[in-house]
Design a protein around this ligand. Structure first.
Ligand code: IPD
Ligand code: CA
Ligand code: CA
Length: 272
């Protein structure tokens, strides 16, 4: 690994660990909660995690750009590098003291994600990937599962914050996968869901309307662990797009076909 990349990774870890410590200290305490939407929460810990991460990154890389979920959209004077951060992925879980959430930090260079780190502070699990150099969990190399058929697959998914308004649309995908797989888990942290694809705990994952901070780190970790990403029609995946389908590769086409069999029309995705 180049010295510069190793430095990026060690600073990402310093930032992620600072946020992780705060999350660990607070997860079982009463939370101060604001509402961004009817069911879209943000806690004071989300915001404080973001401040701590941004502070560490700015100390080390004052010229880099930073895009983070809650408060930060900073364009640095050196425009090649941009950090993309979800300070606390799994806020609804965190707010309920349900133990499944993480910190997600990615680094883009000229628009390409080159590094990803996802840290689960309760389990002490840190997933990392560097473009072209593989993916790790706590330093050990990870690979996607060897499951060959959707029929034998365990899947994960999540629902966007407009789930009340568009329940039929999202449930049509759920039904399509439910009737073709061994089971589906809804764990509440998309970044961890992607990492679970990467290390073979689940064989595939889909979700609609994720944001770049949900997927930037996890998608690279999946790719570097040998997995595959696309949209729900099998087209090229983008962290800026509205559809995420991640798998171990072997079941990818079957997952695309299942998604295409969902019965509620796809154009309802763009209706408000
Ligand atoms: C959410 C989580 C959840 C997913 C939502 C995301 P947040 O992120 O990743 O699993 O289903 O779509 O928005 O709001 O907890 O950072
Ligand atoms: Ca998130
Ligand atoms: Ca978040």
């Amino acid at each position: 690994m180049k010295f510069e990349t190793a430095n990026f990774l060690s600073v990402a870890w310093e930032a992620g660990a600072a946020a992780g410590t705060l999350i660990r200290e607070h997860w079982q305490k009463p939370k101060s909660i604001d509402y961004k939407g009817a069911i879209d929460l943000v806690t004071s810990v989300d915001r404080e995690c973001e401040r701590r991460i941004v502070e560490v990154l700015r100390n080390h890389f004052p010229n880099h750009s930073i895009l983070a979920e809650e408060e930060t959209d900073w364009v640095g004077t050196q425009s090649h590098h941009r950090w993309i951060i979800d300070p606390l992925d799994g806020t609804t879980n965190f707010a309920h003291s349900y133990p499944q959430f993480c910190v997600s930090i990615a680094l883009e260079c000229d628009g390409e994600v080159i590094l990803g780190l996802v840290y689960d502070p309760l389990r002490g699990e840190c997933f990392k990937a560097v473009k072209g150099e593989g993916a790790t969990l706590n330093g050990g190399s990870i690979r996607i599962s060897g499951v060959k058929e959707l029929d034998k697959a365990l899947l994960a998914t999540g629902f966007p914050y407009d789930q009340r308004e568009r329940a039929d649309f999202y449930l049509s995908f759920f039904k399509a996968f439910m009737t073709r797989s061994q089971g589906i888990r809804r764990n509440g942290s998309a970044a961890l869901d992607l990492c679970y694809v990467a290390c073979g705990r689940v064989d595939g994952f889909w979700e609609l309307k994720l944001r770049p901070w949900d997927t930037a780190a996890g998608a690279l970790i999946v790719e570097e662990a040998g997995g595959k990403l696309s949209d729900l029609s099998g087209n090229r995946f983008s962290i800026w797009g509205e559809e995420t389908l991640a798998s171990n590769g072997a079941i990818h086409d079957e997952m695309v076909n299942a998604a295409l069999a969902a019965t509620v029309p796809r154009n309802s995705l763009t209706q408000s």
